[in-house]
Design a protein around this ligand. Structure first.
Ligand code: NDP
Length: 278
C-alpha cells in the first residue's frame, strides 16, 4: 500500500487525511495517510524516518515546518524556490527527497474555479508569512497586473518583496492600502483565527474591490468576509477550496492522477460546517 502523511505542530485539526482518502477512493488507489505531530525542533528526523519506510511515497508539510522541509529537500520546483518553502515532499526513484510548493497553485485554481479573473487585476496581499510567500509567483504567472504586500510588521513585507525581486511586487503600509485601489484582496494572515481584521476595510479601501479572499476557513464566513460583504464587495471566498486544490496538486505530483475536486470541496465543506473533528 502507498503510504502518505502530513507533518505539523499542531496537527490534530488537519483535514488532509480525509481529503486524500477521498481523492484515492475517486481514482481507485488504496492508500494510508496519517497525521504526524513532530516536535518543533524534530521535523527533519521525523520526516526522514517516515520517508524511509517501505511503501512511503511522500508527505505534506504544514506550519511550522515549511522552511525546514525546503532545507531538507532537493528543490527544482520554481514555486517552492520562489517561496523558500515546501509543503509537499516526495521520494524520487533515485533515492532523493524532492520538495514542491502547491499552495500557490491551490489558491490560483480555487480563484479560477470560483470564476475570478486574475489577469490584469491589482492584487493586495495582506500578510507576509509562509502562506503569502507561496502565492506571489503563481498569482503573477496567472497575470496579476500588480501585487502589493501589506503586513502588520512592515519589515517582513519588505523582506518578502525583496526576495520576490519583480517590479510588479510592491509594499505598502497597512494604513495606506487604499492607495493601491485593489481589485482583489487576499488575506493571508492568521487574524481571522482570532476573529480579528488584519486591516481596516473602510476609507475607500474597497472602492474598486471585486473579490476578497480569506485563506482561513471556518464553519461560517470570517469577520473579514462578512465586513467586506456589508461594505458592498460582491464576492467573498474562504480558504477551503485552496486547501483542497493544494492537496489535489500534491496528489497529482505523487500519483500522476488528478482528482476532480468540485464534489470533494462540497463534501469537505459539510464536514467543516458540522464542526466535526478535523
Ligand atoms: P505565518 O505564521 O507564517 O504568518 C502569519 C501572518 O499573519 C504574518 O503576516 C502575521 O503578521 C500575520 N498575523 C497574524 N496574526 C495577525 C493579526 N491578528 N493581525 C494582523 N496580522 C496578523 O503563517 P502562514 O503564512 O503559514 O499562514 C497564515 C494563515 O493562512 C494561517 O491562518 C493558515 O491557516 C492559513 N493558510 C491556509 C491555507 C489554505 O490552504 N487555506 C494554506 C496555508 C495557510 P506579522 O508578520 O506582523 O506577525
Amino acid at each position: 500500500m502507498k503510504k502518505f502523511a502530513v507533518f505539523g505542530n499542531p496537527i490534530a485539526q488537519s483535514l488532509s487525511p480525509t481529503i486524500h482518502q477521498m481523492f484515492a477512493e475517486q481514482v481507485g488507489e488504496t492508500i494510508s495517510y496519517e497525521k504526524i505531530l513532530a516536535p518543533v525542533d524534530g521535523f527533519v528526523g521525523a520526516a526522514k524516518a517516515f520517508l524511509a519506510q517501505e511503501g512511503a511515497v511522500g508527505c505534506n508539510v504544514t506550519m511550522p515546518f515549511k522552511l525546514d522541509a525546503f532545507n531538507l529537500a532537493k528543490v527544482d520546483d520554481q514555486a517552492a524556490k520562489d517561496a523558500q518553502a515546501v509543503n509537499t515532499l516526495m521520494n524520487s526513484i533515485n533515492g532523493e527527497v524532492l520538495g514542491y510548493n502547491t499552495d500557490g497553485v491551490g489558491l490560483v485554481n480555487d480563484l479560477l474555479n470560483s470564476g475570478v479573473e486574475i489577469e490584469g487585476k491589482r492584487v493586495l496581499l495582506i500578510g507576509a508569512g509562509g502562506a503569502a510567500r507561496g502565492v506571489i509567483s503563481p498569482l503573477l504567472k496567472a497575470g496579476a497586473a500588480s501585487l502589493t504586500i501589506a503586513n502588520r510588521t512592515k519589515a517582513k513585507a519588505d523582506e518578502v518583496a525583496t526576495a520576490a525581486s519583480n517590479p510588479k511586487v510592491q509594499v505598502v503600509a497597512l494604513e495606506d492600502i487604499a492607495s493601491v485601489a485593489p481589485h482583489i484582496i487576499i488575506n493571508s494572515t492568521a487574524a481571522s483565527l482570532s476573529n480579528e481584521l488584519p486591516c481596516s476595510l473602510e476609507d475607500g479601501v474597497l472602492q474598486h474591490c471585486e473579490v476578497v479572499y480569506d485563506m482561513v476557513y471556518k464553519n461560517s464566513p470570517t469577520r473579514f468576509m462578512r465586513d467586506a460583504a456589508e461594505l458592498g464587495v460582491k464576492t467573498q471566498i474562504d480558504g477551503l477550496g485552496m486547501l483542497v486544490e493544494q492537496a489535489a496538486e500534491a496528489f497529482y505530483i505523487w500519483t500522476q492522477k488528478r482528482p476532480d475536486t468540485s464534489d470533494i470541496v462540497k463534501r469537505v465543506r459539510v464536514i467543516v460546517e458540522q464542526g466535526e473533528k478535523r
